[in-house]
Design a protein around this ligand. Sequence first.
Ligand SMILES: [Zn+2]
Ligand SMILES: [Zn+2]
Length: 314
Amino acid sequence: MKCHLCGVKEAVVYQLHTSKALCRDCFINDILKRVELEIKKYNLIKSNERVLLAISGGKDSFTLLDVMSKIHSSSKLIALTLIEGIEGYNRADVLDFMKSKTRELGIDHIVLTLKEAVGASVDEFVKNMVLKNIKIPPCTYCGIARRRAINKVAREQGVDKVATAHVLDDEAQTYVMNILRGDTMRLVQVHPKGPWLSKLFIRKVKPLRKIYERETALYAYFHGYKFQERECPYITHIPTLRARVRDYLYRLELEKPGSLLRLVELLDEALSDYVKKYYELPELPHCKMCGEPTSYNREICKFCELLMSVGLIK
Ligand SMILES: [Zn+2]
Ligand SMILES: [Zn+2]
């Protein structure tokens, strides 16, 4: 079958949400065009801005790196990979591959352990937690520590934006989760024009937010990425709200391809005026312990609270 777009080359991909068969080149161009369109539509990144790319080494982050190097000047990009410090989950082969990729693209690549960046690795957190006989999901610490580390490095590097590799599937899940929880504050923060609540936070953007995960998997594969996602040893198989929402949305997408894209587009549109109400909120207060921004109702930030609860700070 010939490609539906160029009509010349053999089609190798069936694009479910448009019911089109595409050749490799048209598939890649389509992704690049859609990312550029999203950046332009919401003015996510200006051409002269320096951007820190937070790349874990998964296929989504590989795609982010490759796509950004094609649509933004490489000299204005810096990559950051954080190593969680979880025994048996170091993924050295993936890191080597990512390092060779950034080298090839001429992009500076910072590699830091969470311990170096924010003071404690995930294993250290868990070890102390066990000693104190309390239960906090390691993912809670990992997520908060990562966000803190990324923001800290972004500030030190003086970049204008931080780009993360969140894809359409993530955006749809987060939107739906926040609706189910009735959490409007978090809901508006999913929106590309969501409020910016502290000058200490470097603005985050998600260039891949209209690209399906299945598409980043193919994009990465077409560019020589051959790794399987590995499971973190701390993963719990208790179904979280995200896991349930993910399952439900996948079934929906399977029955009606394009559902997730329509859902995110509709919510973006519906929330575009609503998010502006949040622009008037005051700047977030600062944590009494570390000086970083904390929620309106907190004196001590969640990060410090976690470290204190396991005795890593006093
Ligand atoms: Zn084609
Ligand atoms: Zn703090």
